[in-house]
Design a protein around this ligand. Structure first.
Ligand code: SF4
Length: 316
């Protein structure tokens, strides 16, 4: 925390600092106090004139919502061309373990913990044979370490005994492993096997509801509704883009609406800080000039790598 914005700026960060998207949104803001083409939930103004909409204005049609959703996806792709899973991993087993560890903690904390973990237990066979107390101590920084150690030993034992020490590449098999739910399975499928999957985590659910793509709360229902809006080929990258945006801009308690590159498409603009200067200060990771969550980010990541365990943490 507390590092100054990096000179190694990226497209998105440039957008946020030199020309905050929120500034555009703010200037385009009609009398209703919402961005111009944010749809019916944008309140009471029309796009071109800023005139009041009649109170009988129809709700956004499904077709219009789908078009807006796909446009948001395209614009997020421009903002985050480098979107990626934020867990460090070298193979499906490491991603599976890291994803299990990521429950109730940050990806940063997991990434700071897994180098020592995989040095000590590099294979499912090694982890299945771990002394529980020793494993617990290694993964202690991730929290809930007793339950997580049980899951890791259980899933490693299942991999060893039922899958020849290999991580299976189907949802049906993955969810039979201890500690592995649908979300974890989709992360592994999408990022280690190239099988399209939607990762409905807390960020994903919050953002798609703010964007009025769905009003469902149950992750499985959210997944089904979003799956119906986008082609399968988009699912994995869409998940990364949404989660990137949720972590950097559209935060749970203080969304940075005034610096949000897609504010003009968002029916919930104004739920957070709309002043561009104040909003820019809320941006996190590379958008705010801070280190990312991965100690070994992909080469195209424009931010700084996360620090190892014991170093003052970056923004979360
Ligand atoms: S920060 Fe979130 S709520 Fe605010 S305009 Fe952007 S997407 Fe909408």
């Amino acid at each position: 925390m507390g590092e100054q914005p990096s000179a190694k700026s990226n497209k998105a960060a440039k957008g946020a600092s030199a020309k905050p998207a929120g500034a555009k949104a703010a200037s385009a803001k009609p009398a209703g106090g919402k961005p111009a083409d944010a749809g019916p939930a944008a309140g009471s103004a029309t796009k071109s004139t800023g005139a009041k909409r009649p109170k009988t204005a129809k709700p956004e049609s499904r077709l219009a919502m789908v078009r807006r959703a796909r446009r948001i996806n395209r614009e997020l792709a421009d903002v985050y061309p480098y979107a990626h899973p934020e867990l460090d991993f070298r193979d499906p087993f490491e991603l599976l373990v890291a994803t299990v560890l990521s429950a109730q903690t940050t990806d940063l904390r997991v990434n700071q913990t897994t180098p020592a973990l995989f040095a000590k237990y590099p294979t499912p066979e090694d982890m299945a044979a771990a002394v529980p107390e020793e494993l617990e101590q290694v993964i202690r920084p991730t929290g809930f370490f007793r339950a997580k150690a049980r899951s890791l030993i259980g899933l490693s034992t299942a991999l060893r005994d039922r899958y020849d020490g290999e991580v299976p590449g189907t949802l049906k098999d993955l969810v039979t492993l201890p500690g592995v739910g649908r979300k974890t399975a989709n992360v592994v499928l999408g990022n280690a096997f190239g099988v399209p999957g939607l990762t409905v985590d807390t960020h994903f659910g919050r953002l798609v509801r703010r964007w009025k793509w769905t009003d469902q709360e149950d992750p499985e229902k959210v997944e089904a509704e979003i799956a119906a809006i986008f082609p399968k080929s988009e699912w994995t990258m869409l998940s990364h883009r949404i989660i990137f945006h949720g972590r950097r801009v559209c935060h749970s308690r203080k969304p940075a609406c005034g610096a949000c590159p897609i504010a003009h498409l968002c029916p919930s603009y104004g739920e957070g800080e709309t002043d561009p200067e104040k909003a820019r200060k809320l941006l996190k990771y590379e958008m705010g000039g801070y280190p990312g969550q991965r100690l070994s980010p992909p080469p195209d990541y424009p931010g700084k790598p996360a620090p190892p365990l014991g170093t003052p943490a970056g923004a979360e």
